[in-house]
Write a protein that binds this ligand. Structure first.
Ligand SMILES: [Zn+2]
Length: 109
């Protein structure tokens, strides 16, 4: 069972209280983007076996969006943090590295 803590209101609950919002940190390119960059922004998503960064919304609570770092194999949550960030906090990356030495995901390792 996936247990998440909303960083906005501090409530810890099962995933049924939250709504998944897909991959976090999807990069949107500017007006000069190529067709391939725009296609990837719309359609290409990671589906890693291991550490993943995701968007979640506290649907049955405060309603706010936040990000979560978790393992897709074990459902271990490494941390949740504000959705107002473009990269994961260093503390969460350090927590992941401590438990999964050598992990990589884009340039967030
Ligand atoms: Zn909340």
């Amino acid at each position: 069972m996936l247990i998440l803590t909303c960083p906005c209101c501090g409530v810890t609950a099962e995933e049924t209280e939250f709504a998944a919002g897909g991959e976090a940190h999807v990069k949107r390119f500017g007006p000069g983007a190529s067709d391939e960059e725009f296609r990837d922004y719309i359609f290409a998503r990671e589906n890693p076996k291991g550490v993943h960064f995701e968007r979640w919304r506290h649907a049955n609570g405060c309603g706010k969006w936040f990000h979560a770092a978790r393992c897709t194999i074990t459902l271990e949550v490494f941390g949740t943090y504000s959705a107002q960030t473009t990269t994961p906090p260093k503390a969460i990356c350090a927590a992941i590295t401590a438990k999964r030495p050598g992990w990589t995901w884009r340039d967030f390792a």
